[in-house]
Design a binder for this molecule. Structure first.
Ligand SMILES: [Zn+2]
Length: 149
């Protein structure tokens, strides 16, 4: 249910899954899981979709280059491959964070700071929906990381 396969979509002009843009009031009432941060959930799902589409584009693009061997010498093909692998690595990590955030929403633990257990302010969640720490704890964590080197 949570792992939807990425849709095959060649044009990115239309926002995907417009159905989600307006959840009906009835559906929201029936499902308390969606209740607390419905707009952030929507942001997360949109972002998730965008990443999946982008990743697909990178792969498609790579396919194009490989289809013209005279344009791509071995070196540039490797650079290109490293580049798309880096993108995929970064996006895979973000995708994981998004999935985890959605899971926390399902478990009704979303928006609670992992470290101090306080509610993370809505403004912070809206700006950075995958965060698991409030500003204070994030600052402390960063200081600790710097101290560790
Ligand atoms: Zn905290």
């Amino acid at each position: 249910m949570k792992t939807r396969p990425p849709k095959k979509r060649t044009s990115s002009t239309k926002p995907p899954r417009a159905v989600l843009a307006k959840p009906s009031v009835a559906a929201r009432k029936r499902s308390p899981k969606n209740g607390k941060y419905p707009d952030i959930r929507r942001d997360l799902e949109r972002q998730r979709e965008a990443i999946l589409n982008e990743t697909e584009e990178v792969l498609t693009h790579r396919g194009d280059i490989e289809a013209f061997p005279d344009v791509s010498d071995q070196a540039s093909a490797e650079v290109d491959q490293n580049f798309s692998m880096r993108i995929r690595d970064r996006e895979r990590k973000l995708l994981k964070k998004i999935d985890e955030a959605l899971e926390r929403m399902d478990a009704a633990t979303y928006g609670i700071c992992e470290r101090c257990g306080e509610d993370i302010p809505y403004k912070r969640l809206k700006a950075r929906p995958v965060t698991t720490l409030c500003i204070e704890c994030k600052t402390i964590q960063e200081q600790e990381e710097r101290a560790r080197g």
